[in-house]
Design a protein around this ligand. Structure first.
Ligand code: NAD
Length: 501
């Protein structure tokens, strides 16, 4: 029996550490297993669903302002526990501490937005839609809702989901990534401390068995998912086939267009963070640059090469590190395999990060920044999401050629253009087939009071994540029409369809 600390579940307000299946959680900077995470059985998930179902009636009828106050309390607790949470994120994900702090802050902003739920839930009212007749629409909670989240933002992505879901009066079951579960679970404990009643938020750690139970149990009314596209598509089709409302956000391959008139030095600074920040493990990362004209491409490649040489790869706990390790050994092997493949496909490997070694961390999953030039649309390294520190430069002649390339790609999560030409920027933002677009902004991640989502195979479903769309996703509209005719007035039957004619 392993002596490693166990990461359990949170069910009905209590931490559960019993179960037969478990897997190791590794520190990517050392390659050592430091914890074991339980993998919930169907029965365990059903216990969580039962708890959420039991908590629902009282929570639904709790005044919206009282529910919102819990979110206000949680915001304060998250700020107070920021160092502890960032340390947990970095120990299991590998990202540098300043990046973990950025992720947590974005999550906190979603908690803050959820605390405005009473305002967002006020509904719509019309007086005198007919004689003595008023009508209003209200937004009622769905019941038990669920979320399934990826490894790359263990604090932020869950906070996109459950705070607004519960602020709207639902109860929630969260299934975090089994690769870095500790910060997610700790935040759920803080939610209890903030005043969330037991059962309103349950966390089950696990794998496909837990996910499939959530997707098929009739008590679960809606599922939010963020992860890779093949799993997103599976979640969407399976959840919909079982009568649930589903939003499933998938993978990405985001292109940055660099126009000949761009400020190349500033564009390259922006690209460095967007390509190599968080080791490229962001769905809004920029793994592709599309340069307009060879002169632009030559200048970008030259400047990137200089900047890459200044980067420091090291453990995320070292304040001088710019980039930490990849999340797991299999993911490291996969990303390295793409670099091998890019070379074999004929792209020019300008900077090769495969030989990077970090002293004292020889078993960590460190891959240095890699830069390819002359990437072509037919290459696998162009078509597939690599999710690592690998940036490819492509060369085209016109903006329209760049846009045709982006539009033809299966993913449509994010994109950006670097230019000083307002007309070109406006044409790009207006016409490009991508959900989130930046102009001289490399990571156009919407703030908490807008919604987040891609187009094409980056999102299955209609509503985007967080922001105003989350209020719609986690509620059902009910429209009530009410009439109080004057007492004693006799009215005859009317057989024509009611109208205000
Ligand atoms: P993943 O798809 O492997 O896992 C996501 C979740 O699905 C995890 O909780 C995992 O346990 C579960 N899961 C995995 N395999 C499953 C299966 N066969 N059946 C049921 N459930 C399963 O994704 P990941 O590697 O954790 O995260 C990286 C991916 O997430 C990338 O593709 C990235 O682009 C994407 N992502 C997208 C967004 C977005 O907003 N579009 C945001 C963050 C990450």
């Amino acid at each position: 029996m392993s002596q490693l600390p166990t990461v359990g579940h949170l069910i009905d307000g209590k931490i559960v550490t019993t179960g037969t299946r478990a897997q190791d959680v590794f520190n990517p900077a050392t390659g050592k297993a430091e914890k074991r995470v339980l993998l919930a059985s169907k029965t365990t998930v059903e216990e969580a669903i039962a708890s959420a179902q039991a908590a629902y009636p009282a929570w639904r009828n709790t005044p919206a302002l009282k529910r919102a106050r819990v979110m206000g309390n949680l915001k304060v607790l998250l700020e107070q526990h920021s160092d502890e949470l960032c340390a947990l994120i970095t120990a299991e994900h590998g990202k540098v501490l300043s990046d973990a702090a950025g992720e947590l802050q974005r999550g906190i902003e979603n908690v803050e937005y959820a605390s405005y739920a009473p305002e967002l839930l006020k509904g719509e009212h019309s007086k005198n839609v007919g004689p003595a007749m008023d009508s209003w629409s209200e937004f009622q909670p769905l019941g038990v809702t669920a979320g399934i989240t990826p490894f790359n933002f263990p604090a932020m992505v869950p906070l996109w989901m459950w705070p607004m879901a519960v602020a709207c009066g639902n109860t929630f079951i969260l299934k975090p990534s089994e690769r870095d579960p500790s910060s997610t679970l700790r935040i759920a404990e803080l939610a209890l401390e903030a005043g969330l009643p037991p059962g309103v938020l349950n966390v089950v750690n696990g794998d496909k068995e837990a996910v499939d139970t959530l997707l098929t149990d009739p008590r679960v009314k809606a599922v939010s998912f963020v992860g890779s596209t093949p799993i997103a598509e599976y979640i969407y089709t399976t959840g919909c086939a079982h009568g649930k409302r589903v939003q499933a956000l998938g993978g990405a391959k985001n292109h940055a267009v660099v126009m000949p008139d761009a400020d190349i030095a500033n564009a390259v600074s922006a690209l460095m963070g967007a390509a190599y920040g968080s080791c490229g493990e962001r769905c809004m990362a920029i793994p592709l640059v599309v340069a307009i004209g060879d002169a632009t491409a030559d200048a970008v490649v030259a400047a990137l090469t200089v900047e890459i040489a200044k980067m420091k790869v090291g453990p995320g706990t070292d304040a001088s590190s710019d980039m930490g390790p990849l999340v797991t050994k299999p993911h490291y092997e996969k990303v390295k395999g793409y670099v091998d493949q890019g070379e074999a496909e004929g792209a020019t490997l300008v900077v090769d990060g495969r030989g990077v070694k970090v002293a004292g961390h020889e078993d960590g999953y460190f891959l240095g920044p890699c830069l390819f030039d002359h990437v072509e649309p037919g290459m696998v390294i162009y078509q597939e999401e690599i999710f690592g520190p690998v940036l490819g430069v492509m060369r085209v002649k016109t903006l329209q050629e760049a846009m045709d390339l982006i539009d033809a790609h299966e993913y449509g999560n994010g994109t950006c253009i670097f230019t000083r030409d307002g007309e070109a920027a406006r044409y790009f933002t207006d016409n490009i087939l991508v959900g989130m677009v930046g102009v001289n902004v490399p990571l156009p991640v919407p703030v908490a009071y807008h919604s987040f989502g891609g187009w094409k195979r980056s999102l299955f479903g209609d509503l985007h994540a967080y922001g105003p769309d989350a209020v719609r996703f986690y509620t059902k509209r009910k429209t009530i029409t009410q009439r109080w005719p004057s007492a004693g007035v006799r009215e005859g039957a009317v057989f024509s369809f009611p109208s205000s004619r």
